[in-house]
Each structure stands twice: as C-alpha cells, then as structure tokens.
Design a protein around this ligand. Structure first.
Ligand code: GLN
Length: 535
C-alpha cells in the first residue's frame, strides 16, 4: 500500500480537501485504485452534532456515518465508496483510548499521548489499509500545521512513515502564497515558516502545493524549494480556479503532480487520461442554456451549508447543457415579503433539509407557490415534510397540520416521530442515518426519473410521514411513489397534475457526481428548462 498525507499550512480554507480529492482524480485516471480519508483533530466524535453555522454541511455515508463535508468532495472526485473508517476525529481517538483504559486493557501502564494516542491513530491507518482494496490511501489532515490539537496526528504520521517505509509515503503540504498589494509581490515567508514547523516534528514534505491568486514565477518556485528543502519541480502552483472546482485536477496536472507523486512512491503508471473530465468541465463552463433555481432554506448565508446540493446542480446542469443560477433565499424573508416578490421569476424551486422551526412557515408558503403556479419543485428531507404539511393544510383542510418537531400540540401531526425515535435522548448518531432501500411505484414520476423499481438512498432525519395520515392524503390526490422496503415508511411523494412536483425523505445530493448526475436533480433542471421555454 502507498500513502499520501496532505497537511495544510498558514491558514485554513486553502482548499486542502479539494487538492486531496483532485490528486485522487488524477491518480485514478493513471489507472490506480484510490481511496481517501480525513483526520479531523477536533474533539467532537463526529460533526453530526455541530451546527451548519459552525461546520457547514454534515455529509452522510452509506453506512450512516455523519462526516466532514470534504468526504463529499472525495466521493464526487473519485469512484470510492467511503465508510465510517474514513473520517477519524480526536473525539473518536480519545473515546477509544479512555474506553480501553477503563476496561483495564493497558494493564496498569501510565496511559500517554505517545505511544497510546499515537498508536490509536496509526491503528486506524492499518485498519483502513487492511479493509481497502486499493493501491493508494490519501489522508487529509484537518486544521493547520502549528495547531496544538493537530500535533499528535502529525507525530503519529511521522512514526507511521517510519514503520511502513519512507518510500511508501508521500507528504504533501498545501500552503498559501499571499499577494501583498503594496509591495506588488507574493510572499513566501509564511510557507517557509509552516514547513519549518513540519520539519520540527520530523516531517519533511515531498511536495509543496502553493495556493496563489496570481501565477507563481520561477524565482519564487526556486526560493520556496531552497528554503523548504524540496526540488523546485516539486513546488506546485495551485491557482484560484476561474469557473468551477472541477477545474482543480486539470490545474494541478499542469505542474505534473501525478508524475511527481507516482515517481516518489515508486509507481510506474501512464499519464492520466483526463478526456472525460475535460469534456465535463467544458460542459460546466460553457453551456447553451441557463435557468434560475431558488433554494429556499435556513442556512442560506453560508456557502458550505448546502454544499452537496449546490454541487448536484452543477452536475445536473452539465447533463442538461444548462447553467444553473442559484438564488439563495432565506425562508424567513418569504414570510416577510411573500413568495411572489421573492421567487416570482424563477424556473424551479428546491427546499432543502433542515432542523428547527425558524423559517418553516416561509417554506410552506414556498411549496404552496410552487404547487399552485406550476413551478418545478424538488423537496428534500425537511423539504418533503413541509410539502406534506402544505398539502394537508390546503388540500385536505387540516388547518393546523404540522410536524411534531415544530408543534407538539397540533391536532393533525402529519409528520411525527416513529416509536423507535421517541425514547431517544442523546443527540449524537441517533437519527435515521445512512442508506436504505426504497421501492418505487411504477407509473409515477419517480419511476420515470430513476427508470427502476428500487433505489438505495441516504437518510439523515428523525421525523417521518405519519402513516396514520397516509390514506387521507392519498385519497385527496397526493401520490406516494416510493416507500421503504422493510417498514413501508414514505420515501417519496409527488403530485400527478403538476409539471414537476416531487419530494423525498432522503438526501439525493449525497450520491450525485460529475458525469453521474442524480436523476431527481437532473429531472428538476430539465423541467425548469421546459418551464422557462413556456414563460
Ligand atoms: N428536521 C427534520 C427531521 O429530523 C428534517 C431533517 C433533515 O432535513 N435532514 O426529520
């Protein structure tokens, strides 16, 4: 097994995750089998309990692991299927060490950072090695070199490289070259200092990736090489991409990072075949059509809160030869100004997932607007729940219909907790999580979009369509087009006499990728194009 470790220096938000994922894309296209993982030094056991305002989107894997959003990039950029083994946090490391200590596993020894905590980290690497059928494992280390909490991870990596042989390991350090306007030049000092910090720990990076706003000159490249003790060709420029993050692998390939890394690891492989990726990027950059889709949610001000949804629109747009312009609308603003004023001119509407009652009435107004005006609509998770509430209130006359998440006393709890959720008190990893199979009814829009009788999709929610209301809503015209294959819980609802109105309890955005657009997103984009051509 070969290993690549990606660390970050100087500042956070450098696009380390994208760099790791892009290297994965390139290596996969050299014919290698690749998997990726992330080590996050924070103390939360997983990001599932963190607010989107803190941490951005919580990305969910098939096995139900709630993970860092970088794992979303990994699955979109590389054909890998990740599991809970692929995201390790300090919280998990210490939880395990302390459990062992309480059990007496350490046989009376003093439990210490070295070797007990570092062993725990290395064990994860060995476990992933054993369980992954790949040639290379790329591991991204969250945070910035110099952070106190990341130190123990770097120490573990230093030891690990020694154990598996330094020739099987490539350390890549991603740093920033800030441009100082007044001086009119890019500065290499922060990079020198962060590499010095790494070397203090005993890690000599093999490759340095420099995030830059402007092109890096040969002088700058040589200077970084000299101060950081690497060859000049191993100093790679990683410019801000102009149009889309999917350009990142193409950008990194210009400095031949795939050649440098594979040579470093002693792998003799052909140059990457990027033809399909290039065609895909071409379709993203210059499509023939354009549409406007409103995403009406709660965490709208944050770029990262609905990351996978925005990415899914890029994939679906490319498939439909359309640029998808996204209008991010705060649901509370719909409550204040009305749907017509806020989303009157859009070609499609999406209501994403969410928690808590803020903005709920605005989302219900949004659904009503989409339903009555015939605007293509996709609801996801909470988006499906509000679609059901809206239908119950306005078509079935259940005026106070609601989810018990927002109104415990409603006389019409059309969305409610199932028995197994009722006794749960702890918040961490207790939702309905991960992949479940749904059976799709033939003759429905869902069946037409998927083109099959069953699908497996990822979940992350507590509340469900209340089965007690199923008959009444169906009799009134709501179509239930997919149900869970075991317990029959509602997975998808739709409206037959509407151009495109569909909502699902699961999260389709976690399974969309370039050249593999998700059918529900693709369907929405295609319906929005149709809607635009008529208006
Ligand atoms: N808050 C809702 C629930 O827990 C919806 C969750 C979501 O949209 N991810 O069921």
């Amino acid at each position: 097994m070969k290993y690549i470790f990606v660390t970050g220096g100087v500042v956070s938000s450098l696009g380390k995750g994208l760099a790791a994922a892009s290297i994965g894309t390139l290596l996969e296209r050299c014919g290698l089998k690749v998997t990726l993982q992330k080590f996050d030094p924070y103390l939360n056991v997983d990001p599932g309990t963190m607010s989107p305002f803190q941490h951005g989107e919580v990305y969910v894997l098939n096995d139900g692991a709630e993970t860092d959003l970088d794992l979303g990039h990994y699955e979109r950029f590389v054909h890998c299927s990740l599991s809970r083994l692929n995201n390790l946090t300090s919280g998990q490391v210490f939880e395990s060490v302390l459990r062992k200590e309480r059990r007496g596993d350490y046989l009376g020894k003093t439990v210490q950072y070295i070797p007990h905590v570092t062993d725990e980290i290395k064990n994860r690497l060995y476990e992933v090695t054993e369980k992954s059928d790949v040639d290379i494992i790329i591991t991204e280390i969250g945070g910035t070199v110099g952070d106190m909490e990341g130190h123990i991870f770097l120490e573990a990596l230093r030891q690990f490289a020694l154990e598996v042989g330094r020739d099987n390991v490539c350390f890549i350090h991603v740093t920033l070259l800030p441009y100082i306007k007044a001086a009119g030049e890019m500065k290499t000092k922060p990079t020198q200092q962060s590499v010095a910090k790494l070397r203090e720990i005993g890690i000599q990076p093999d490759v340095i990736i420099c995030r830059t706003e402007y092109d890096m000159s040969e002088d700058e490249r040589r200077k970084i090489a000299m101060f950081c003790n690497v060859e000049a060709k191993n100093v790679i420029a990683f410019r801000d991409v102009k149009n889309t993050i999917y350009e990142c692998p193409l950008d990194l390939s210009q400095d031949k990072i795939d050649r440098i890394v594979t040579r470093r690891l002693g792998l003799d492989v052909p140059a990457p075949n990027l033809a399909d990726w290039q065609r895909y990027v071409g379709r993203v950059i210059s499509p023939s059509h354009s549409i406007r889709i409103a995403v009406v949610g709660k965490y709208i001000a944050l770029q990262d809160a609905y990351k996978s949804i925005y990415e899914s629109f890029t994939h679906a747009g490319a498939e439909n030869d359309a640029r998808v312009e996204i209008l991010r609308i705060d649901a509370e603003e719909i409550e204040e100004k009305g749907a017509e004023a806020m989303i009157g001119s859009v070609d499609g509407i999406l209501v994403p997932g969410g928690f808590g009652d803020r903005g709920i009435e605005g989302k219900i107004q949004t659904v009503e607007y989409a339903r009555t005006k015939g605007i293509p609509f996709l609801g996801i998770c909470l988006g499906m729940q509000v679609a059901v509430i809206e239908y119950a209130r306005h078509i079935c006359g259940m005026d106070d219909a609601n989810s018990t998440e927002f109104d415990q006393k409603t006389t019409h709890p059309v969305i409610s907790l199932q028995e197994e959720q009722k006794g749960i008190k702890a918040m961490g990893a207790t939702m309905r999580l991960g992949a479940y199979k749904a059976l799709i009814r033939s003759g429905t829009l869902a069946h037409k979009l998927y083109g099959k009788d069953s699908v497996t999709e990822r979940h992350r929610h507590r509340y469900e369509f209340n089965p007690a209301y199923r008959d009444e809503l169906e009799n009134a015209g709501l179509v239930i087009s997919a149900v869970n294959d075991e317990h029959g819980l509602v997975e998808v609802v739709e409206l037959p006499d509407h151009p495109f109105f569909i909502a699902c309890q699961y999260h389709p955005e976690f399974q969309s990728a370039p050249n593999r657009a998700h059918p529900l997103f693709s369907g929405l984009v295609s319906a929005a194009l149709e809607h635009k051509s008529h208006s």
